[in-house]
Design a protein around this ligand. Structure first.
Ligand SMILES: NC(=O)C1=CN([C@@H]2O[C@H](COP(=O)(O)OP(=O)(O)OC[C@H]3O[C@@H](n4cnc5c(N)ncnc54)[C@H](O)[C@@H]3O)[C@@H](O)[C@H]2O)C=CC1
Ligand SMILES: O=C(O)[C@@H]1CCC=N1
Length: 252
């Protein structure tokens, strides 16, 4: 996820000289400084983005926490790890902002949910930081932030599965796999762009496709029976929210 955000920032024209990536592998990234660990005599960072797995946080804290200062804005994308859990581990900070980004950030089409207990200046700074990556939305209730992280944070994975499922269904009707994949992807991309550009709701747009008594209605009847897709998505987000809460509890 950190790599996706970095790609988005670099593509938006941010000065790479301002960025240092710390990754244990030390694998270089063109244009930016990459270190295996923070330099002992390094500058206090203005912004520190945490993007390791939540389970790796404690391993990373001993090297990272001493490098922060009273002026450091800590931005965490760690799913589940709440502000008090971060503040406890990084006592020196100006403010802490939680961000739940998603991978389309790499192409400036991401969604970033934001949460902080910082002041207006912190909110402006955080929003300015993530705006080049796509849509930015504040969620002021931290419990809700955890519960809804799955919609946009995990959402791309659910949609990628949906694209694959459409393609497989096309294959089952006789299409070659590569053609089915192309059709499914272009259909999902086009429909999403149309929905974004339209004044009508997705439900109204679905009705526009479904000619009365036609083939779309026959397909929609399967999706709509017993609110099958609605119930599936509710179960999906509930499962993700439950896992998020488990990670929050582990980090507390
Ligand atoms: N993958 C996604 O779409 C999203 C992920 N996130 C969050 O992003 C974080 C990373 O997730 P992924 O990118 O999926 O995992 P990943 O395993 O692909 O990336 C984790 C990165 O952390 C680095 N790392 C490990 N130990 C470190 C340390 N001690 N210091 C500095 N870096 C260290 C690794 O080198 C690796 O590049 C997680 O906290 C996750 O909750 C949030 C939103 C979306
Ligand atoms: O799977 C995860 O826990 C992270 C959070 C959102 C997307 N990936």
């Amino acid at each position: 996820m950190g790599g996706a955000m970095l790609r988005g920032w670099l593509a938006s024209g941010i000065d790479p000289a301002r960025i240092t990536v710390i990754r244990p592998s030390g694998t270089p990234i063109e244009g930016v400084t990459v270190l295996k660990a923070p330099p002992p005599d390094g500058e206090v960072p203005a912004v520190m983005l945490l993007a390791m797995k939540p389970q790796k946080l404690d391993e990373a804290v001993s090297a990272l926490a001493p490098t922060t200062g009273e002026g450091t804005l800590i931005v965490s994308v760690l799913a589940g790890v709440e502000l008090p859990s971060l503040a406890k581990r990084f006592p020196k900070h100006r403010a802490i902002v939680r961000v739940m980004p998603n991978t389309p950030s790499a192409i400036g089409k991401g969604v970033s949910l934001l949460h902080t207990d910082g002041d207006e200046a912190v909110r402006v700074e955080a929003e300015t930081l993530v705006r080049p990556l796509g849509l930015a939305e504040w969620i002021d209730d931290e419990a809700l932030f955890g519960r809804v992280s799955a919609l946009s944070g995990c959402g791309p994975a659910f949609l990628f599965r949906f694209i694959d499922a459409m393609a497989k269904a096309g294959e089952a009707q006789g299409l070659a796999p590569d053609q089915a994949a192309r059709l499914a992807l272009a259909t999902v991309g086009g429909a999403a762009e149309l929905a974004a550009a339209s004044e009508e709701t997705p439900a109204q747009l679905a009705d526009r496709v479904a000619s009365p008594g036609g083939s779309t209605r026959a397909g929609l009847n399967v999706i709509d029976k017993g609110a099958a897709l609605d119930r599936l998505m509710q179960n999906v987000l509930t499962a993700s929210a439950r896992r998020n809460e488990e990670m929050a509890a582990a980090a507390r």
